[in-house]
Design a protein. Structure first.
Length: 129
């Protein structure tokens, strides 16, 4: 009569589950930004959006890579050129709550100039806190 002891396998699977539960929230965003609160629902998305972040010091990051203010318009032009079909790529703009409003509007103006008009401002749902 052959028996298989599955207890060690269950133990290993539970440890792996705990590891993934702890590390998964850390993989969401690479640039630490203190987002403002808002009462809105999440957006539906069909493709991977471009992540644009402005940290507390005013530095701009495109998909977790820092971009200088001088190179920022050229980077946006390259992103707009990679558009799929007739629709411009979706841009998720994440700005630290301590950033000057004029700085955020300057970035949004550059997005508009480059033809990237599908911009979503990312916030934190205050009910989730």
């Amino acid at each position: 009569m052959a028996e298989i002891n599955v207890t060690p396998m269950v133990d290993v699977m539970l440890v792996l589950l705990i590891i993934f539960m702890v590390t998964a929230p850390l993989l969401v965003a690479g640039v630490p930004v203190n987002l403002p609160d808002a009462r809105s629902k999440a957006l539906d998305q069909d493709s991977k959006p471009v992540q644009l972040s402005i940290d507390a010091r005013g530095k701009i990051f495109v998909n977790d890579h820092e971009v200088t203010a001088k190179d920022f318009p050229d980077e946006l032009t390259r992103i707009a050129a990679r558009q799929a079909g007739d629709q411009a790529p979706q841009v998720f703009l994440r700005a630290d709550r301590s950033i000057n409003y004029g700085r955020v509007m300057g970035v949004m103006g550059e997005l508009s100039r480059a033809g990237l008009t599908r911009v979503a401002l990312v916030t934190v749902d205050d009910a989730a806190r």
